[in-house]
Design a protein around this ligand. Sequence first.
Ligand code: FAD
Ligand code: NA7
Length: 540
Amino acid sequence: MTNPHSTDYDAIVVGAGFAGIYQLYTLREQLGLSVRLFEKGSGVGGTWYWNKYPGAMSDTESPFYRYSFDKELLQEWSWSRKYIDQPDILAYIEEVVKRHDLLKDIELDTEIRSIVLDESTDTWTVTTAAGESYTARYVVTALGLLAAVNVPDIPGMDSFRGRTVHTAEWPDDLALEGKRVGVVGTGSTGTQFIVASSKIADHLTVFQRNPQYCVPSGNGPVEPGEVEGYKSRYDEIWKQVRGSQVAFGFEESTIAASEVTPEERERVFEEAWQRGNGFYFMFGTFNDLAVDLESNEAAADFIRRKIAQVVDDPETARKLTPTQAYAKRPLCNHNYYEVYNQENVELVSILENPIVEIVPEGVKTADGIVHELDVLVFATGFDAVDGNYRRIDLVGRDGITADQHWEEAPTSYLGIATTGFPNLFMVLGPNGPFTNLVPSIEVQVEFITKLIDTGEKRHVIVETTQDVEDGWSVICSDIANGTVFPKTDSWIFGANIPGKKSSVLFYMAGIRSYGEVLADVAANDMKGFRLTPVKQAVDA
Ligand code: FAD
Ligand code: NA7
């Protein structure tokens, strides 16, 4: 141990999803630090531990939704469908934990309530919900960017006689067979749930606020030899992924929709529709759908026409058809619009006919109808990015809390560090990369490991400063404002939570550009980080 101050652990990690697990691994195995990871769930897996709703799956294609660091596991672990379902992702994460013997350093069922800096010793005290406190010189928060659940406040919620559940808190004992189910929300989660539950439930009522664009996923069994093909190419695959923009394993298009004929646009969109995948549709077809409103409208128009073709009832098709720009996180699903041709599925537009209250029998809408239900599901998303940070007492220099520091907006340097919080690093903090997330998690964890290694080897405290953080915020805002994404309200800007100030929450220039920034920081003596000598312990 290089620091004269004695602490319980060198480093504490909070959160046992993809991010925290890899961080525990690198700090322990590469730096040889003593590390404790605290996780409030009863198991590891993060997102994939909590989200057990019917239909829960990744919409990143299977080969690319996994770690790259364990080369042996890449060869051993197989998959049978184009996309991996939640149980398989969870089993995969559990296998990683098992084979690297990580569980011995993980404390499950332990919610962290506060993380407080002691400036006299530059150490952090981390306190659990049970009131136990631990100290460490470094803290890595891997709290999840889509993990703090958002449940709307609707009058009469408590009066409902059936069961109410948020998709990210799906209980093991809730079966939908033979039930009348209602679902509020038609985002990525909602559409997955709708497709799956429409096959199980007796009757499904979908309460849709803003309709979204959804393209086919192309899901299905893998072709013979497909998995082996990927396995033989993993080195080049990860190089391509980290050298791309959205890290989804395909080459982004270099052709602008604005530069080709309408016929060519139609051909390319149709090909992408047949291929499947939301990010592919937005970034693999043309390079300007996310930055040029006219090109974006061409894609939107194509999807609208598909909805009209697929959905039999014109009134249902009208309600399902978005009019806004195609500018939220792109969705994909297998046979989503087809579901609305089923007799047991009913669509209620709560934009036109709002929910007024929940009553014992179900959901009452403004037209006076009570939609009778046994189960009411909220697929209403998350207080994204900073949500979990606001739910703990995170106190840095001068007693300033993260909440106070982020009063105007959650900000950071590189999505990793924020001013006044020395030796505390975030994975997927505010203004980190907007991509397929496991590759970006790996990039960030590896960089945080370098920062901590710098602290250890040079006996310095590592922290960022306000001017540097402000500079990164400007870069992120400029990039985001050059895209079409601010044209709609969504969690990408924190605009889905009532009362939350809308702000830029992501670095939208892609993983390649992000990696280049990190490489430049590292090559220039950790540019943007202040490195100050560790204080000597009073009684050392
Ligand atoms: P998480 O997996 O969210 O883990 C955070 C952990 O921190 C949780 O286990 C939580 O319990 C714990 N925690 C939080 N606060 C505390 C506390 N105070 N004390 C103790 N523990 C705490 N991303 C993609 O790239 N592709 C996809 O296809 C995709 N699909 C998704 C589908 C769903 C339904 C959801 C919800 C998300 C999806 N995501 C997807 C995003 C996904 O969250 C990330 O890909 C990734 O799993 C995030 O890993 P993480 O470790 O950063 O966070
Ligand atoms: P999203 O994308 O935030 O979607 C939430 C959905 O819930 C969306 O349709 C919302 O409608 C709807 N919603 C939210 N609040 C309300 C209220 N108060 N009333 C009615 N409807 C509401 O969350 P997801 O979980 O689907 O996806 C988030 C990410 O996690 C996703 O990218 C995946 O990676 C997993 P709105 O559009 O706001 O009108």
